[in-house]
Each structure stands twice: as C-alpha cells, then as structure tokens.
Design a protein around this ligand. Structure first.
Ligand SMILES: [Zn+2]
Ligand SMILES: [Zn+2]
Length: 332
C-alpha cells in the first residue's frame, strides 16, 4: 500500500512538456494524481501471467535447445519481432505519442502505436498516462515507479526501491493520474483511442505473427510453436525487462551529464537493446528531444530511425536540442 502525499512544487522545471496536461500537472499536484487506483485482482492476474509465463517458456526453450540445435529461424523470428515491437514503444509510445518530439503521417502514427501495443506493455493511453506522470513527479512522491521514494535507507532500501521500480509497481497500488488529465490529446484521437481499446486484439496479433512465421519458415506446426516461443514469449520477456530497466537501473546506475531535479542516469551498455532509451539523464534534461543520444558515440537507434524518416519526408517538426541549450544544463 503506498500512501502518496502531495508533492512539493518543483523549484526548477526541467523542460516544458508539450501537453497542457503534464505541464499543468506539475503545478497542480493533487488534481494531477487523481483518485488512487487499486490494482484489481484481474489486472494483477493478467500482469502476473504476462510476467511469469514468458519466464516459464524461456526455461522450456532453454531446456529444449539443449536437446535440439537452436535454429536460425528462431533467432530470425526473435529479431523480426523484437525490433518493430521495441521501436513501437520507443519511437511510437514514447517519443511520438508521449513527448511529441516529431510529427508524422496519420498512417505511420497508427503503425507505431500498433507495433508498441504488440509489445504487451499495456494499452497505449495507459502507457502514456503513466509516463507523463513519471516526468511530472520524477523521483518525488507521485512518481509511479521511482526507486528512490519511500523505500528507506541502506542496501535494503536500495534493493526494495529497485524491485519496486523494475516490476513491483505493476502489482502494487499506485496512484495514477487520470487519462483525462494526462492524455486528453490521445483520448481525442479516434485512431489512437481505437488501438487503445482493442489492446487484446493487437497483443494476440503479436503472438500470431511469430507463430505464422514459424510455420512459414519451418513448414510444420511444431516450427510454428517454436516461432511462438522465441518471437512471442522470449521476445516479450526481453523487451519487458529492457523497458523495466529504464525505470529502475536508469534512475540508479550510470552517469549524469545534465542537471535535472531527479536521479536519472545514462547507462551505456543498455543503449543497443533499448534502442537508445538508456540515455535517460539526457532524456530527463530535454524530454521533448527526438534524440536521446546526444553525442556521436551515444548509440540511439530510435533517433536514427526518426532522422531517416525525416530525410525521406515521413517525419517533420523533429525536436533537436542545440549545443547552446545543452550547455545551460551541463554539469561541471
Ligand atoms: Zn525516468
Ligand atoms: Zn519520457
């Protein structure tokens, strides 16, 4: 049970969010939090299922792989599913829909939202609501998944905070701001609302595709099941924990380059698998930036995709942070 007290006003707003909702939420804490949401039994059961089932299937896959060569088809199907689902979350849910860091054609916006939904990290509007709330209250009471709030001191507090930020918050009662408050723009968008309401359909499609690919490539039903294990369960497991790590590890380990009012950090080794999302201190300093990697060596595949889309005319109004603006927040 987490009791969330009203947060003190921020002394320094890190970056103005593009939505009226999140900007005003930072000034109006009680309204922003809305009513406490009690994780319902059915929600907990669903979360437990999508958390535990992939682990069991991974164990099964490892055991089976012991008895059979890991087929290249398994690896291929994993990659073919991991990349679009991952980019659907990072480019679609996060940079496009949460932070509006670029604009794109309506059809591509829908494609990104669908790919992100297939990652099975919750319906798109819920995802955006939680994430905008995270930015409004970063590492203060009201942040849905901070490793630093209310977990005590010392090693025990640190481990408990990390566990909460990584996975625990999905099972606990958290105070979630309402979508009306945090994501009115998406509620008013008929296409995004439709994708949000049909979450189960897209989730199942994200499992049917690797099964179909398995049958297509292997020619047997058994190959289809292997496709489902690697392109469905294992892909889901890895992508979930990469996303969770942004919330836990990237507020705990790594380097801080910019001044922010939170504990966000840049974690180099997580950049390839997270498609650049682990430059998390950069992101908290400049949330509207389409690019989280801000130096030549800061690998940011999501940013690379946005720049490519811009080059071919499929992305515009791409938000960039110039060197001068970066310098205003650079730590000495
Ligand atoms: Zn964060
Ligand atoms: Zn963000």
């Amino acid at each position: 049970m987490s009791t969330i007290a009203p947060a003190p006003p921020k002394t320094k707003q890190t970056e103005t969010e593009p939505t009226a909702a999140s900007a005003s939420a930072a000034d109006d804490h009680l309204d922003g939090l809305g009513a406490p949401i009690v994780a319902k039994k059915i929600d907990r059961l669903a979360t437990a299922t999508i958390t535990v089932l992939p682990v069991l299937l991974l164990a099964f896959a490892v055991w089976q792989t012991w008895n059979r060569e890991l087929s290249w088809n398994d690896v291929l199907i994993f990659v073919v599913m991991y990349v679009p689902c991952g980019l659907g979350v990072t480019v679609g849910f996060h940079r496009l829909l949460t932070h509006r860091s670029f604009k794109t054609a309506p059809w591509l916006r829908a494609v990104f939202a669908i790919c992100g939904t297939m990652a099975i990290e919750g319906p798109v509007i819920d995802w955006v609501t939680f994430h905008r709330q995270h930015h409004a209250y970063s590492d203060r009471p009201g942040d849905p998944h901070s490793p630093h709030v209310g977990h005590g001191e010392g090693l025990r507090g640190a481990l408990s905070g990390l566990a909460h930020a990584h996975l625990g918050w999905l099972f606990e009662q958290v105070q979630r701001g309402s979508a009306e408050r945090y994501a009115p723009d998406l509620l008013a968008d008929p296409v995004i609302s439709f994708i949000d309401k049909t979450f189960i359909f897209w989730s199942l499609l994200g499992l049917a595709i690797p099964f179909g690919l398995g049958v297509l490539l292997g020619g047997t039903l058994q190959a289809g099941l292997w496709g489902l294990v690697w392109g469905g369960a294992v892909r889901m497991l890895v992508l979930h924990h990469v996303t969770y790590s942004i919330n836990s590890l990237c507020h705990f380990f790594g380097r801080r380059r910019f001044h922010t009012d939170d504990q966000s950090r840049n974690l180099l080794w997580l950049a390839p698998l997270s498609f650049g999302e682990s430059w998390h201190n950069n992101h908290h300093a400049f949330p509207t930036s389409a690019f989280h990697g801000m130096r030549a060596y800061e690998l940011d595949l999501s940013g690379l995709l946005i720049a490519t889309l811009e080059r071919v005319g499929l992305a515009w109004d791409v938000q960039r942070i110039g060197a001068e603006r970066q310098a205003t927040k650079t730590l000495g």
